[in-house]
Design a protein around this ligand. Structure first.
Ligand code: ADP
Ligand code: MG
Length: 264
């Protein structure tokens, strides 16, 4: 085969194998190889490395889409000085993702605005970056989707879906009461994932108050049984971060008022 024909055949191989990134990079790679004369191994390694990078990027983007995070604030952006009561050592330990590896759960408890969602998503982002499949949902959305599926005869499907991701983030349990079949649906999702995949659950209600979320205390106990059997609990009791901002603004406003107040 002459040089031109073999080049065309090579391009056909790349197209057949769907190595689009290699195909795109090929002219530049060949030009560089003519110049630098790398060994065969080095040349092939570098060329395929281009495809590996592109595949990794595509998969990462896919995992990010699937995760459905409502924000992309990272753990590194979390201001620990604003929340001095928090167990920072535990957060650092969680950031290693060993708990995901061990299929353990995490319960984040605290009043509104203290950063529960931010921490849950920050850990979720780390897990996505590490290659885990993560999915974010709120407790209200989880039970709404589950009950819709149940009524449409897709119960098994939806249970498989909730069991699928290696990390399931269930945000905001306790803001809305879990009435009717909702509590039982949440219980079944938690049960399916028990010892099988991580649940990160955030709630504004202390464990002792969970009876008030569900109409039925036995459901609350059953859920907590599964959830806490193998779990870390991070309690955040500090000032609401949102309130801090408002207070600072109010203080500024006050200071402005005072400086404007007539002195003469
Ligand atoms: P929660 O879920 O506990 O109600 P959020 O995580 O939604 O609270 O936090 C409310 C807002 O304040 C978000 O924009 C969040 O990023 C921010 N926030 C809360 N705590 C912190 C913190 N310690 N450092 C930086 N931002 C914070
Ligand atoms: Mg929240």
């Amino acid at each position: 085969m002459n040089k031109h024909a073999s080049y065309q055949a090579l391009r056909a191989h790349l197209a057949y194998l769907k190595l689009a990134a290699v195909a795109e990079h090929l002219p530049a790679a060949l030009e560089a190889a003519e110049r630098d004369k790398p060994g065969y191994t080095q040349f092939l390694h570098d060329l395929l490395g281009v495809e590996v990078d592109a595949t990794e990027q595509r998969r990462l983007a896919g995992r990010m889409r699937f995760a459905g995070f409502p924000s992309t604030k990272t753990l590194e952006e979390f201001d620990f000085t604003a929340q001095p009561g928090i167990d920072r050592a535990l957060v650092n330990e969680l950031a290693t993702l060993r708990f995901v590896e061990e299929k353990a759960n995490l319960l984040l408890i605290g009043p509104p605005g203290v950063g529960k969602t931010m921490l849950a998503i920050g850990l979720g982002l780390k897990a996505v970056e590490a290659g885990y499949r993560v999915h974010y949902t709120t407790a209200a959305d989880l039970v709404a989707r589950t009950s819709r599926a149940a009524h449409q005869g897709r119960w098994e499907n939806t249970m498989r879906f909730w069991a699928g991701p290696q990390v399931l983030i269930v945000d905001e349990l306790g803001y809305l009461p879990m009435v009717g079949e909702a509590g039982s649906h949440l219980f079944q999702v938690i049960s399916r994932r028990y010892l099988h995949g991580t649940v990160i659950l955030t709630t504004n209600r202390g464990i002792a108050e969970w009876g008030a979320i569900f109409e039925d205390t036995t459901v609350a106990v059953a859920i907590l049984d599964r959830l806490l059997h193998y779990a870390s609990v991070l309690q955040i009791d500090g000032d609401s971060y949102r309130m801090r901002g408002h207070r600072a603004k109010l203080a500024q406003l006050r200071a402005g008022l005072n400086s404007e107040s007539p002195t003469s």
